[in-house]
Unconditional design. Structure first.
Length: 293
């Protein structure tokens, strides 16, 4: 059973309330209630949690996903609880890959069939990377999901539980923030066909909608003001609109000590759905608005 087909929202979801069925065993919730008393010696509990995180690692379960009908973010709290329990139940273990030595509770994943993995790319157990994805030297943390056709470019980071859609390009040095606690918290979602420019930061449960383009260095958080430059209208905060070109900007705000520029995201252009915008096309739009490419 795949979480992809499930509907609803989790109890603490920042995008809406409700309940979501989970493919993971209900025993995870029981362990969560008594987590303060658990440790590496609890072998039965460890076995249950390892089996649950294995399902996430295999892509059979996801921490979060966009609802097929509403587009809202659905969070499987039980999946997050399983990951957090793993940190409590698994012992510290030394491991080695070639000349590199590690000391951690979480090993590297063993499931990368069909994924192009350039030396220097790291994927922790409990993260799923779909066949057809490309990983340059980069880091994908536990609970993350990277769909087919996506490029995680050099020194990009996909944080814990972040969800990256199909055919996304995370350019060099991009930071996709992790959101693991509390279990109800919505992680970062980057929807299909998006392009995240070099050195962008998308954190704190922010959302990049399908086909959106973020210009280099853009910072998007859950509370970032998003403004359409053509109309001056403020759009939903913390979301890059679908099929749009966005860059980092500032807006003036008055304080007791004077007026200062506060960061925001500016929507420069709306694109037709399905538009494949190459770098040259992006640079043209940026130049039209007097923004350096």
């Amino acid at each position: 059973m795949s979480a992809m087909g499930l509907a609803g929202r989790s109890p603490g979801n920042q995008r809406g309330a409700g309940a979501v069925a989970s493919p993971l065993p209900i025993g995870i919730d029981d362990l969560w209630e008594r987590r303060a008393d658990l440790g590496p010696r609890d072998i039965k509990a460890q076995d249950l949690v390892v089996a649950a995180v294995d399902m996430i690692d295999a892509g059979e379960c996801r921490v979060a996903w966009p609802d097929a009908e509403t587009g809202a973010v659905v969070v499987d709290e039980r999946a997050k609880r399983a990951i957090l329990l793993a940190f409590r139940l698994l012992p510290m273990v030394q491991s080695q890959v070639g000349d590199f030595r590690y000391h951690d509770r979480v090993p590297l994943t063993a499931r990368l069939a069909g994924v192009r993995t350039v030396p220097g790319s790291i994927v922790r157990w409990g993260a799923y990377v779909a066949p057809g994805a490309v990983l340059m030297p980069s880091f994908v943390n536990i609970g993350a999901y990277v769909a087919a056709g996506t490029m995680v470019d050099t020194w990009a980071t996909v944080g814990s539980c972040a969800q990256i859609g199909k055919n996304v390009h995370l350019a060099g040095g991009v930071g996709i923030g992790g959101v693991l606690e509390p279990p109800s918290a919505v992680p970062v979602l980057v929807d299909d066909e998006a392009f995240i420019g070099s050195r962008c930061m998308v954190v704190d449960g922010a959302r990049v909608r399908s086909g959106a383009v973020l210009g280099a260095g853009t910072i998007l958080t859950r509370t970032t003001h998003v403004i359409d430059v053509e109309t001056g209208i403020e759009l939903p905060p913390g979301e890059a609109p679908a099929w749009s070109v966005c860059v980092g900007g500032t807006r003036t705000r008055k304080f007791a000590g004077g007026e200062f520029g506060m960061p925001c995201v500016l929507v420069l252009r709306r694109l037709a759905a399905g538009t494949a915008l190459d770098k040259a096309g992006l640079n043209d739009i940026l130049r039209d608005h007097g923004v350096a490419g």
